[in-house]
Each structure stands twice: as structure tokens, then as C-alpha cells.
Design a protein around this ligand. Sequence first.
Ligand SMILES: Nc1ncnc2c1ncn2[C@@H]1O[C@H](COP(=O)(O)OP(=O)(O)OP(=O)(O)O)[C@@H](O)[C@H]1O
Length: 219
Amino acid sequence: MIDVKDLVVSYGTATALEHVTLTVGRGELVALLGPNGAGKSTLANTLAGLLTPASGTVSIGGRLALIPEGRQLFPDLTVADNLALGGWRSGQRDPSPVYDLLPRLAELAGRRAGVLSGGEQQMVAFGRAMMSRPEVLVVDELSLGLAPNVTADLAAHLAELNRSQGLTVLLIEQNARLAFELCRRAYVLESGRVVTEGDSAELAGDPRVASAYLGGAIT
Ligand SMILES: Nc1ncnc2c1ncn2[C@@H]1O[C@H](COP(=O)(O)OP(=O)(O)OP(=O)(O)O)[C@@H](O)[C@H]1O
């Protein structure tokens, strides 16, 4: 569903991604970990077509939606209007499938997005992405600024969509525990390069990964 080969992306003379190669198969849930400034959002935005590669290739095998870092809602619009904007390209006007998935959004429908809590805003960003009926979802930092129980709730929804609808997911995270729990496979990006990749269980047992991302080895 996502096939990235030898991707280079630059901002002017600064190179943010250097020869990145990564794949996500149909129906897979794959994590991308990395510290601040590693190039994670640059990759997400390139997959979404918001940035143009300097070289390399990006192929996407189906409709892609992005939950961007920091949610990027329209704060003065209502939740319902933010959702409607998500359905603009796919022509989906009826938000009820999204309300079925995330019932809290139906209760919040008339509220301005800007006054909602961080967790509620992330739910709106999630719902907005689902309005485009994606086959592949790129989530740029699901857990950013959220309480652990709110993150766990959203993660459970992602897992359920993956199970029930075969939604392909690339989960970009700094929370390695969450990423390893949710995804069977993961990539680690540092300074614009993929430095390691493999099964989550293996990576969690790798002392270097454990010390950088898990605060020590998992026992
Ligand atoms: N618009 C921009 N103009 C110039 N440099 C940028 C721009 N956006 C990002 N960068 C630089 O590109 C590099 C990668 O940034 P990016 O935001 O992709 O990292 P990230 O892994 O998502 O970080 P974070 O976890 O902090 O969000 C950084 O060195 C950053 O300063």
C-alpha cells in the first residue's frame, strides 16, 4: 500500500530525508519511530503529497488519509464542519459512519473545534480522516499531548479498523511502547535515515532501541 524507495526530501539546502526505503503492505499496521527532528512528519507529509521529493519514488496503492501532527483542525468551525471538510474529496456527506465509530463526536457535533480538549480534538482529526474513506491511514503522533487512557482508546479504534476493515496503517510515534503493542513491524528513523527495522518484538528486545525509546530494556 505504501512503497517508498530511496526517498530524498529537502527544505532548501537542508536534507530532511536521506535515501529512505520503507514498505507497508495491504492490511498491515506498521510503526515509524524516531526522535524529534528525525524526519517523521516530513515523511508523512510527503506520503500525503504535501511535499515533493528531491529524488526517489513514493507509490501509494489506495486512498490515503493523514492525521497530521498537531491535528490541524479549523478551530472556528464546528466539529460537524471539520468532519464535512474531511469528506469533501470522497463526496461523503453523511457523518453517521464516523459517529457510529466515535459516538462522542455526535455529542460534540455543534461545538467549535478550537474549544475542545486535546483528546477530543484528536478524535475529530481521526473522524475527519475517516470521512475520506481511506484505505491507508498515516497517523502522525497519535499520542502527542494526550493522557494515556485517551491514547489507548484511540489506539483500540485503530486496531479495530485494521481488523474489521483491513485498514492499512502507518503509525508515526515517539511512544515506542504504544507502537510496539499495536504494530507487528516497525522502522526507526534517525537524522533522516532508517537506522533499523524489523519485528516489533525483536526491536523491543534490541538494547539500543530499548535504551533510546523505552527508557531501558524490557524484561
Ligand atoms: N518547513 C521546514 N523548513 C525547513 N526545515 C524544516 C521544515 N520542516 C522541518 N524541517 C527540518 O527537517 C527536519 C525534520 O523535521 P520533521 O518535522 O520531519 O521531524 P520529526 O521527526 O517529525 O520531528 P518531531 O518529532 O519534532 O515532530 C528537522 O531538522 C526540521 O528542522
